[in-house]
Design a protein around this ligand. Sequence first.
Ligand code: ZN
Length: 272
Amino acid sequence: MIDAVCTYGGERHTFSILKFQVLPESEIEQFRQFLECPECKGKAYYRKTSSDGKAACFGSRYHIAGCDEGHPSTQRDRETRHAVEVNQFIADTNIISIDFRLLNTKKPILEVKTVASGANLISSRAPKIDNASRKPAGNNQQPKVKVLGLEKILNSLMRGSDLAQSNTLIELDTGYQFKAKNLFVNFAEAEPSANAKEAKPKMYWGTISHLDKALDWLNPSDCTDVGIPIAKYKSILLERFKVSEGRQLEGAGIILFGKCFWNAKKTRKIIV
Ligand SMILES: [Zn+2]
């Protein structure tokens, strides 16, 4: 369960697991006896992050038959677990290094996660970064670096983890470090430069609305004025996602490394 209702003090208050786990210890101890399933009101429990790293969660053994919350391990649960995990990373670590190598592929451009409610589309185009962005590595003593995969990063952003506002440094390649809050940009907040040359690379993320019939363009659902040219990647896309047409990717999450700039007429933001 992602949410639980707390009935402490005779009031009903819905907590997400992300919110609940950061409450003061004393409140957690008070509230945990008063949790229930938001759908069927079955008595629920809270389990904190385990010492072997399992994310904090809500659960219930008392769902009534037919309660949708009773099904374990939906995509939403998975995404929320990743958000919890990433928040823990941010708390523990100075630097997060992104692992662009994705599952069982040699040099992937894109990777799919086969999931219940739509695949997540992940671009792992190796980042090309201007020399100007290169910061001298070092001068901190022994920074703690942890490695995170793109799927967890995307899932956590989709579930509203702290990553999007975090000062944690994200290392894209040795020496290429960006503050997370300056690197991850939802499509709706993409700020285009006048042209491609001036644009700074960011990691743009969000949800796919639709692709055009010819699979030349991908449109995020977070806004109507952003287009991502994918003509070069269409066969890779279809193959990697094991789909036959673009429609099957609608609703999938996507994260990609690119630059945002205006088209010539300044009517549309392009992310390449
Ligand atoms: Zn229930």
